[in-house]
Design a protein around this ligand. Structure first.
Ligand code: SF4
Ligand SMILES: [Zn+2]
Ligand SMILES: [Zn+2]
Length: 329
């Protein structure tokens, strides 16, 4: 949810002035070059014309790359959902000269998944970039809606489990040692807030934007967009004529991250820079995690911190459910 409603009402002040993003009409001059401004960035106390905003965005990613070490000598896999974040990160890395290979996991959600694949394909074809598309049905045996109807679990955490595992597999197949995702400042600040509120200490260290591989078959995970927020990404895609899939996942309704994002948006409206102070301060103070090495799943051999990986455990749950439905013990 991107609205500023819902967390005790809208912020005070004039949203036209307070919120970052693309302006409907120029209302001032670019802070850098004095041309008509197109994007407002209250948290940086700036307004930029399209060219200076583009430079600002690229610089934010280049700064992120100081602690997100991407290789120049080997391909980098980009997890492409077809949404604005993944297309923006793919575009920037391509422009910065990295050898990128897109990987897309088709979740099999009617309409949403088709629109996502179309957007990813259109982006890749326009730039002549490689994109591997594989479906959850082909890899796991069932699309996400079928899993959702069968197991009584939070569907977003199930989706996270299968995406983590299969996107890692697809990155490996693409010959990449690093998997890049489009997680942005809003995603990560909201996740940090949720983990702090619920004292989920073991997840806090995972909020670092570069997680080294913990197993020979695991790609490192990188989030080069952790310094830019959703409004900035929306402005970047719009100014660069990138067409992300429209409409969100129908299963996202009620996702708890929405509440944290809404609360942070409200705070950002009152105190520009709040999201940045929260996340960047956490990253600065804690540094990269000293993660334990992973073992191999006893059944499928994929990386895991438990005897069985999340995907094999999910398969067991589905089979148990099948047996119960068939009336067997
Ligand atoms: S909203 Fe949930 S189910 Fe839908 S794509 Fe995102 S994580 Fe998956
Ligand atoms: Zn300018
Ligand atoms: Zn397994």
């Amino acid at each position: 949810m991107k609205s500023n409603q819902g967390a005790g009402g809208p912020p005070r002040g004039n949203p036209e002035r307070t919120f970052s993003g693309l302006m409907e009409r120029p209302v001032g001059k670019c802070t850098r070059c004095k041309a008509p401004a197109a994007v407002r960035l209250p948290s940086h106390n700036s307004m930029f014309c399209p060219d200076c905003f583009d430079q600002f965005f690229l610089t934010a990613v280049i700064r992120a790359l100081k602690i997100v070490p991407l290789p120049r000598e080997a391909p980098v896999a980009v997890a492409v959902s077809g949404g604005k974040d993944s297309l923006a990160v793919w575009d920037v890395l391509h422009r910065l000269g990295f050898e990128t290979r897109g990987v897309h996991l088709d979740l099999g959600i009617p309409q949403f998944s088709e629109a996502s694949i179309d957007a990813a394909r259109e982006f890749a074809e326009k730039r002549g970039l490689p994109l591997a598309v594989h479906s959850l049905e082909e890899l796991f045996g069932h699309p996400l809606p079928r899993i959702r109807s069968q197991v009584r679990m939070d569907i977003c955490s199930v989706c996270g489990t299968v995406k983590r595992s299969y996107l890692n597999l697809l990155a490996r197949q693409a010959g990449a040692g690093v998997l890049v995702t489009g997680h942005n400042l809003d995603d990560e600040a909201a996740r940090l807030m949720g983990n702090l509120i619920h004292r989920r200490k073991r997840y806090l260290e995972k909020l670092y934007p570069f997680l080294a591989a913990a197993h020979p078959a695991q790609a490192a995970r990188a989030k080069p967009l952790y310094r830019v927020d959703e409004a900035e990404i929306r402005a970047y895609t719009s100014l660069n004529h990138i067409r992300p899939a429209q409409g969100g996942c129908p299963f996202s309704r009620g996702a708890t991250s929405t509440y944290y994002k809404t609360a942070l948006l409200w705070m950002e409206g009152e105190m520009p820079g709040t999201k940045r102070d929260l996340l960047w301060g956490h990253i600065r103070e804690n540094g990269p995690p000293q993660g334990d090495a992973f073992g191999s799943c006893e059944r499928c051999g994929e990386p895991t911190g438990a005897p069985l990986c999340g995907v094999c455990r999910l398969k067991d749950r589905m089979e148990n459910q099948d047996l119960k439905s068939a009336g067997r013990p």
